[in-house]
Design a protein around this ligand. Structure first.
Ligand SMILES: C[S@@+](CC[C@H](N)C(=O)[O-])C[C@H]1O[C@@H](n2cnc3c(N)ncnc32)[C@H](O)[C@@H]1O
Length: 267
């Protein structure tokens, strides 16, 4: 595994992982991240609700997949550990589950130990890698030693694809899905301006001002990720609406939660 001592944490520059940690109420951010997050909260006062709804979707989606027999997980854009982490959720259901995490932020690498403390029956691994180099992830020794690609894998790209601007993101996701066995799943959440365009335009401007490019995508653009896949019910919905165990959320969430949530199966 890459050694964090060789890395510069760029404490003076805001990073998306640390801004997200701040919004989730974590403690692993620096002054530059706090200042950027405060500006983001001015643009989108519901930023914390969005972050929490996203994390809860991750929790429900991987739980659903573990309950439905998936035992291998590749999670790209993992973020700073926040309990419960993905491996804790799925290994509670199936201790033999194998999980590979990947992120390109050295701060996540610095905390990777918390992501590697899985059950003795299962296995967890961490790759310091960038999703824009998908083949590096797929061909990494860490992945090859942990996952058997002839069996189904859950590929999760949660709250990450909107940080990859332009058309190349579709090729990246296609490349990652290509070697996965039938029965594999893609789990995604994605920022959208479909429900509150004005607020999200301000949010994107605020991230850009911090040096973090961000691209919200509309439903049609998000749907393109799933062209060759079968959507799991209830399809492409907002974060708080995905298999929410019948919990009633306030009607106002339909404009306040600016993310799509999707789970789909590779036939
Ligand atoms: C908003 S956080 C989401 C964390 C986690 N997936 C979740 O939903 O709770 C986005 C994460 O994506 C990571 N990220 C951003 N760009 C990336 C890239 N090009 N390659 C890999 N990870 C990236 C960030 O470092 C950060 O940890």
């Amino acid at each position: 595994m890459t050694d964090v001592n060789d890395m510069d944490l760029h404490q003076d520059t805001p990073h998306s992982a640390r801004i997200y940690d701040y919004l989730l109420g974590g403690k692993d951010f620096y002054e530059a991240d706090r200042l950027a997050a405060e500006q983001i909260e001015i643009a989108i006062p519901d930023a914390r609700l969005g972050a929490r709804s996203n994390r809860e979707f991750m929790n429900r989606a991987v739980r659903y997949l573990a309950e439905n027999g998936i035992r291998q997980f590749l999670d790209i854009g993992t973020g700073i550990p926040t309990e419960p982490n993905l491996h804790q959720i799925v290994q509670e259901i199936a201790p033999e589950s194998r999980v590979v995490y990947a992120d390109n932020d050295p701060i996540v690498l610095a905390h990777a130990r918390a992501l590697l403390s899985g059950t003795p029956e299962g296995k967890t691994q961490y790759i310091h890698a960038d999703i824009t180099a998908p083949r590096t992830i797929l061909e990494s020794q860490e992945l090859r030693e942990t996952l058997d690609l002839s069996k189904p894998v859950s590929l999760s790209i949660i709250a990450l694809a909107h940080f990859i601007t332009g058309e190349r993101v579709y090729d990246i996701v296609r490349t990652l899905l290509e070697p996965l066995a039938p029965g594999s799943h893609l789990v995604m959440s994605h920022l959208t301006a479909d429900f509150d365009p004005e607020t999200i335009a301000k949010t994107m401007a605020s991230y850009e001002a911090s040096g973090i490019p961000l691209e919200a995508r509309d439903k049609e653009q998000v749907t393109r990720f799933f062209d060759d896949l079968e959507l799991v019910e209830p399809g492409i919905v907002q974060l708080h609406q995905w298999r929410n165990n019948g919990i009633e959320t306030p009607k106002s969430y339909d404009t306040r939660v600016p993310g799509y949530a999707i789970v789909a199966r590779k036939p």
